[in-house]
Write a new protein. Sequence first.
Length: 209
Amino acid sequence: MSRSHTSSILTRISVSIITLLAINSAYAGTVKQLGITDLLRDAQLIAHGRIEDRWVTYDQTTDTAYTHFRLRVEDVIKGSVKGNDVVLSFVGGTWGQRTLVISDMHMPNVGEEGVYFIENPSRQQVHPLLGWQQGHFVVHQSEDGLHQVVATSDLSPVFSIAPAAHGAYIETSRGPALGIKTRADSGEQQLSIGEFKAQLRAMVEVGNE
């Protein structure tokens, strides 16, 4: 990746230097608030799968570390995949004695199962998921151990999805995408992975009409 391309990526998300030491760098990123409608429309690939590997590379030309994860795809909700794997690459990581950290960036964990809204699988970006944590959902066992249920990247339970897009004003994201309900009404149950994917697929079909 060229120096100019990396520079434009960092500029696009308004990255500003907080502190710069001899071997450690920290950056802050501002992420626009999105709605679930925006995520469904703009993500080129929406995949359900499991994170299986993690590795770090260093680009000497741009003095940038990248952390990569191999996503083993189990199901595709939107888009297409060649083979069974997709690589998710994030700017940041530790290479030797050099560490690059971007605040508010939440990377997946090896072994994690989830649903990932990938902005563009073929292009290196600061964060591969659309809306950063807004496009990152985790799948885990329900408390009774009987179901696989869905949560946001910070493990807030997802109870329902409703069409929603960002407004006319650009706002900074401070949580899940608009339309993702993380507080339950009386008797409401956390969405299972099957229910979650079915609702996403229905909304994708409506958007394609």
